[in-house]
Design a protein around this ligand. Sequence first.
Ligand code: NAP
Length: 256
Amino acid sequence: MKSGRLFNKVAVVAGGASGIGEATCRAFAREGLVGLVIADINRKAGEALAKEIAAPGCPVTFERIDAANEADWSQLAPRVFERYGRVDILVNCAGIGGPLVRPTVENTEEDAWDRTFAVNAKGALFGMKHFIPVMRSCGGGSIVNVSSVYAIVGPRFATSYAASKGACRALSRTAAIQYAAENIRVNTVLPGYVNTPMTRDIHNQPEVRQQRLAETPMGRFAEPEEIALGLLYLASDEASFVTGAELVIDGGMTAR
Ligand code: NAP
């Protein structure tokens, strides 16, 4: 008989094709889901992952979306509902980092700021905006938004990234308050430094690597699975009285 921490649920993971989102899809797929949707801009990686982790009783589909594009979300939500008949979990993990988001305040260009906010903050808004009505029609749901410790501590670089993650954090709390009475929980995960394709280049620079390791009391970077397990808890019914919470998974970085 089928069982698991997400037994009988349907989940949508935006940004699910790579890194933390990929690890989340892998962790979720083992927990009794009856449907998993990987929604990502990266078709090649997303389709390959969907094929790999699909299991009997748990179909996994890939949907190509640009999280910054509201029309993609407004079309995705009814499509998922039509296919699976319900949606219980939404993870907003799509995000951008890299050189675009890194300049200091006085070197930040408007276009870079706008694109960073479009994906990292507006993406979570659109995801919630279009999936909350579906969850309401199913009697409730669980949303987990992926922010960052940079919403708590100010980095020396990454101006637009940190600001966008701060917006994502505040947005999560706001949604948590607005929908708590409807049994739609909204929580935030705030990872510290994680080994993913997003950070590969930067963590390969010895100086940055050393600085980031020094900022992390545990003296290492997280693996994506260590973040995914926090997402799994918040997504599951084990967290049935948890909403508006912020789960920091950072090897002690913000405890300093
Ligand atoms: P990642 O490996 O680059 O994965 C992000 C995924 O999102 C990729 O598949 C990416 O596609 C996709 N994506 C990018 N823009 C998108 C868009 N507009 N629409 C839909 N999908 C899009 O990065 P990650 O490190 O796992 O990051 C996942 C989340 O955790 C992000 O929100 C990030 O800000 C956050 N985070 C990461 C760290 C860290 O140290 N890695 C720390 C704190 C928070 P492409 O591959 O085509 O870009």
